[in-house]
Design a protein around this ligand. Structure first.
Ligand code: PGA
Length: 239
């Protein structure tokens, strides 16, 4: 694991965009794994600006997002597909993008076909990740065992609490989601994890210094050969 600590969130975003840009420049038909949440938003802004400046061409890039809520109505502004359009896809020339369909009638089958689609595209070259306050990656919540492939998952109460800021009330936060599994994430050829702010300091500390355990799902990343972690000072405070 290569760990970089930057003074500001803006520097994290610039560094993360530089790494993603290098990936696309080196392999224009890269398959990217993308993430939602507050953390990657400035990174996406940097990528948009590289695209607008004529530096980055996404036309041959394919992307797969980590996860999607189950049960939100079509076009809901807080669905992850809406988030991704608003914050990235509507502003670049992405070749194609996919998210798990949280409105599929057969959710189990949707998980299987999502996993297969990633494989059919040759697997993920670079997976972008945030980390939950509880150490989750994607919606792989702390538990007794690591998940393997894309799965239907129930959000931890701590995740519901963390995500309620995006909804009018806590009752509106979906309780379930489809998420790439830990196995799906670990199959990515490289991983870039970002964490910002003091609320992440404990999870970051446990990820880097604690035991590798499904109780802190991100800790498994230490057994991946190519992981880069970018932190601001606040998220690195306990290291
Ligand atoms: P955040 O979420 O970027 O909104 O903090 C990260 C996560 O829960 O994985």
């Amino acid at each position: 694991m290569v760990v970089h600590v930057f003074d500001t969130p803006a520097q994290v975003a610039q560094a993360a965009a530089a790494v993603i840009a290098a990936q696309i420049l080196q392999k224009p038909d890269s398959v990217l794994g993308l993430a939602t949440g507050s953390t990657p938003m400035d990174t996406y802004r940097e990528l948009i600006s590289l695209h607008r400046g004529g530096v980055l061409d996404f036309s041959r890039v394919k992307s797969y997002n980590l996860d999607e809520y189950v049960g939100l109505p079509d076009g809901h502004p807080e669905s992850y597909v809406s988030f991704m359009k608003r914050n990235l896809f509507d502003h670049i020339n992405i070749g194609s993008y996919s998210l798990p369909d949280g409105r599929a009638r057969d959710l189990q089958r949707e998980c299987e076909s999502y996993e297969q689609a990633i494989k059919d595209d040759g697997g993920i070259d670079m997976q972008l990740l945030g980390i939950g306050n509880n150490g989750h990656i994607g919606f792989n919540e702390p538990g007794e065992a690591f998940t393997y492939s894309t799965n239907l998952t129930t959000l931890a109460q701590s995740t519901i609490d963390a995500n309620k800021r995006f909804f009018d009330s806590i009752d509106q936060v979906p309780r379930q989601a489809l998420s790439m599994g830990i196995g799906t994430i670990m199959e990515a050829r490289s991983i870039l994890l970002l964490a910002l702010g003091e609320a992440k300091a404990q999870a970051v500390y446990q990820m880097i210094r604690g035991p590798i355990t499904p109780r802190l799902p991100a800790s498994i990343l230490r057994s991946h050969a190519r992981v880069t972690v970018m932190l601001d000072k606040a998220a690195a405070a306990r290291l």
